[in-house]
Design a protein around this ligand. Structure first.
Ligand code: PG9
Length: 611
């Protein structure tokens, strides 16, 4: 294992331009900065940095963020735009290294399990938050007795966990891009399919040392490296030597067992005890599922109307810096990031932590792409959308009318694990490595694969009027394989007009609106996988998650289906083995997959259409 010391991952992202939070960074001259070691109930001390405004003229609430990515530098509220509007309102900002990371004592545990409350000194991220708030209230002068939490991704997760058993002073938490379920939809797996490049690189980054460490591939295009890796068992054999706990957990828990279930938010969350805001980005390449799921779980028990959701046209954390008027090649015509930070985030915290404003917040605020407008809803998904199937047909046609008996019943392709479809145009740089285009890959033009023989496409005629979808999308795929396992990737795409006069270089652009992968063995149960009977047509229902998008008149709607997405998803051997982490090279075999569009087996995507 070769290790390279890196600054915190956030800083890497900033340098890469993902989070532009340090733009116009002024000197830290408006805050007194204090470093302290706060003692937790079990005696472990956590490194904490406290920023108190120098011109403080009223009692202020605490705004806390807790992170594995290092707080010593770069967390000043004066740096960049993420909390600038909050800073102008006045808060005491607190940033803490979680256990075992950077300058904190103790051991790091990836998404630490909840503690056993029958043991008085047992700890978890929630008790560490509680103890921190308690210490702050007693030791930092001129606080107003209230605290809030915020943060993105891992820091969003620590924020949400901080709300599960909160200190009485904790009043509001804005979780942003939290993961909710690492087996079903977030960083490490999607519907049981393993996120190989992310899992490998992230486990190394967090667990090879106390500080963020980038894996040294020795090659820029990691596609080749992952292909040459061969079966997943080579990771421990050749590289990790069983030293990384998260990688060992991936290999020990190939199914949705209690390890993953106990980690999931549906297990940890019951009802909102304080105000909670969930923030997600439509093109979040890491944790798009998480905030939607956390909102959904809490919403079922939200008796006091304390659960809110905001979804904008962002990648992972894209709301934190920059204007948010574009993502990759896609333009949104308005500064969505600025709107979020000022009119949503700052207003929300001001109400709950400073008693300012009228407290009138829409339950769901989502940005509708295509029309490029913010929309407020009293519930999410909104009641006005009706589910309408858009069906696959022969000759690559897609339409809202079901197939007829006169049509060819299926299309097929050979999926070869030796020649997997790249998930984004090569070179596939290391996820957080120099020059990485990871951050906008979900917005890439899908024409880079649509001529491959192992990618099938269906598309509508040119739309004669706008088609608006608002809510949750699901693919219903009837398919068979000659193998005994298969992955199914479904992508819903907005195809721009062949000659797009508003922006010529976007002509014909295939812009992915929704997508996901499903590992076939889990079609009946994520807990108990089952081989597929070769040749048997099976229904695969694939959650493509939420969307709010207008397919404009003159555009077309496209659906693509493929069975590899490499190396973000590991290769399915296509021959059933109980644990893919133990598959042999010889288990990886090509298979012919068939996607049906007959009267009996009418594959479709269920769209939440607003008439
Ligand atoms: N997506 C990252 C992550 C969060 C939680 C667990 C594992 C990874 C992150 O950006 O923090």
């Amino acid at each position: 294992m070769k290790a390279l010391y890196l600054k915190p991952v956030l800083l890497v992202l900033v340098l890469l331009g993902t989070y532009n939070v340090f733009a116009q960074a002024p000197a830290d001259d408006k805050y007194n900065r204090k470093e302290v070691m706060i003692t937790m109930r079990d005696g472990i001390k956590l490194f904490t940095v406290i920023y108190t405004p120098k011109d403080q003229h009223e009692k202020l609430p605490f705004l806390i963020t807790r992170t594995p990515y290092g707080v010593a530098k770069s967390r000043s509220p004066e740096r960049g735009s993420y909390v600038r509007d909050l800073a102008e309102d006045g808060y005491i900002f607190v940033a803490q290294d979680i256990r075992g990371r950077y300058r904190s004592e103790g051991a790091f545990e990836m998404q630490r399990f909840s503690r056993d409350k029958s043991k008085p000194n047992s700890i978890d991220e929630s008790s560490d938050t509680y103890d921190t708030v308690d210490w702050l209230l007693k030791n930092i002068a001129d606080n107003n007795g209230k605290a809030g939490m915020y943060g993105i991704s891992y820091d969003g997760w620590t924020a949400l966990i901080g709300a599960t058993d909160p200190h009485p002073a904790m009043k509001a938490v804005s979780e942003q891009a939290t993961p909710s379920d690492m087996f079903l939809g977030d960083d490490f797996h999607h519907n049981g399919a393993f996120r190989l490049s992310y899992g490998f690189e992230y486990a190394f980054m967090e667990e090879a040392s106390k500080t963020d460490t980038l894996y040294q591939f020795g090659t820029y295009d990691t596609y080749d490296w992952y292909l040459k890796l061969g079966p997943l068992s080579n990771v421990n054999k050749k590289y990790f030597h069983n030293k990384l706990p998260s990688w060992n957990d991936f290999t020990k828990h190939p199914n949705y067992d209690s390890f993953w279930q106990k980690q999931a938010m549906k297990f940890r969350l019951d009802h909102p005890r304080i105000a909670i805001q969930h923030v997600a980005g439509w093109w979040d390449q890491e944790d798009f599922y998480g905030p939607q799921k956390a909102y959904e779980v809490l919403e079922k028990q939200d008796k006091n109307n304390q659960n809110y959701i905001v979804i904008g046209p962002w990648n992972h954390g894209g709301w934190a810096g920059g204007n948010g008027d574009k993502l990759g090649n896609i333009k949104f015509g308005t500064n969505t990031g600025v709107t979020f930070r000022k009119d949503v985030q700052a207003r929300w915290f001001a109400y709950y932590l400073k008693d300012k404003g009228d407290g009138k917040f829409a339950e769901a605020i989502t940005f509708q792409t295509g029309s490029n407008e913010w929309k407020n809803y009293s519930k999410w998904p909104p009641a006005e959308s009706k589910i309408k199937n858009i069906y696959f047909h022969s000759n690559g046609k897609l339409s809202f009318t079901p197939p007829t008996a006169a049509e060819k019943e299926a299309d097929s392709y050979v999926s070869d694990p030796a020649k997997p479809v790249p998930y984004r145009p090569r070179p596939i740089e290391e996820t957080y490595g120099p020059g990485s285009r990871w951050f906008t890959w979900l917005t890439e033009d899908q024409r880079f694969v649509d001529n491959r023989p192992d990618v099938l496409s269906w598309q509508t005629d040119t739309l004669t009027s706008d088609v608006t979808i608002t809510g949750n999308i699901a693919a219903k795929l009837y398919a068979s394989t000659t193998g005994s396992d298969a992955d199914w990737v479904v992508k819903l795409i907005d195809v721009y007009p062949a000659e797009y006069k508003q922006e010529l270089k976007m002509s014909g652009y295939e812009f992915m609106i929704a997508n996901d992968v499903f590992r076939g063995r889990f079609r009946k149960s994520f807990e108990k996988p089952e081989p597929i009977t070769p040749g048997k047509v099976e229904l695969y229902t694939i959650d493509l998650h939420g969307s709010n998008h207008v397919f404009k008149k003159g555009h077309r709607i496209m659906v693509q289906v493929q069975s590899t997405w490499f190396p973000i998803i590991d290769r399915n051997p296509q021959k059933y083995v109980p644990n893919i982490f133990e598959a042999k090279e010889s288990d990886y075999t090509p298979a012919t997959h068939k996607v049906y569009h007959s009267v009996k087996f009418a594959s479709a995507v269920a769209l939440p259409v607003v008439e």
